[in-house]
Design a protein around this ligand. Structure first.
Ligand code: UDP
Ligand code: MG
Length: 138
């Protein structure tokens, strides 16, 4: 059993697709083990995306991620990191496969609706950024 962190980004909340995104996760057999809505400060968004701090899109990305409420979730299941990335689709929605969340709802390479951890180590860091052990219901 694996865990991953999922975020419905500010554009996903604004687009009213919280329910649809979660529906897709559950339909794929993924278990939601923790969930909350919150709004990141710019500094908190910078901390979350610290791996990207040298990238040209970092300032714009962290402005965007702190522009409104987000929904953060811990998700559990077999190979859930990979399964979630498949449901999300490619970073750039123009490259995302038909039927993926990003292909269906993203409007921009930045405003791409969802975040998902990309490896077990990043999942562990990202989950602990938002949740403590008592908040996760296996
Ligand atoms: N991003 C962007 N421009 C780019 C690449 C990425 O604005 O050229 C944003 C986009 O919101 C993406 C996030 O930065 O989801 C993190 O980038 P990463 O390469 O980790 O993509 P992801 O893992 O989210 O698919
Ligand atoms: Mg990434």
């Amino acid at each position: 059993m694996e865990r991953t962190l999922s975020i419905i980004k500010p554009d996903g909340v604004r687009k009213n697709v919280i329910g649809e995104v979660i529906r897709r996760f559950e339909a794929a057999g993924i278990h939601i083990a923790a969930m909350k809505m919150l709004r990141l400060t710019k500094a908190e968004a910078q901390g979350f995306y610290a791996v990207h701090k040298e990238r040209p899109f970092f300032d714009s990305l962290t402005d965007f991620m702190s522009s409104g409420p987000i929904v953060v979730m811990v998700m559990e299941g077999e190979e859930v990191i990979k399964k979630n990335r498949e449901l999300m689709g490619a970073t750039n929605f123009k490259d995302a496969a038909p039927g993926t969340i990003r292909r269906d709802f993203a409007t921009d390479i930045e405003q791409n609706v969802v975040h998902g951890s990309d490896a077990p180590e990043t999942a562990a860091f990202e989950i602990s950024y938002f949740f403590n052990a008592l908040e996760i219901c296996s």
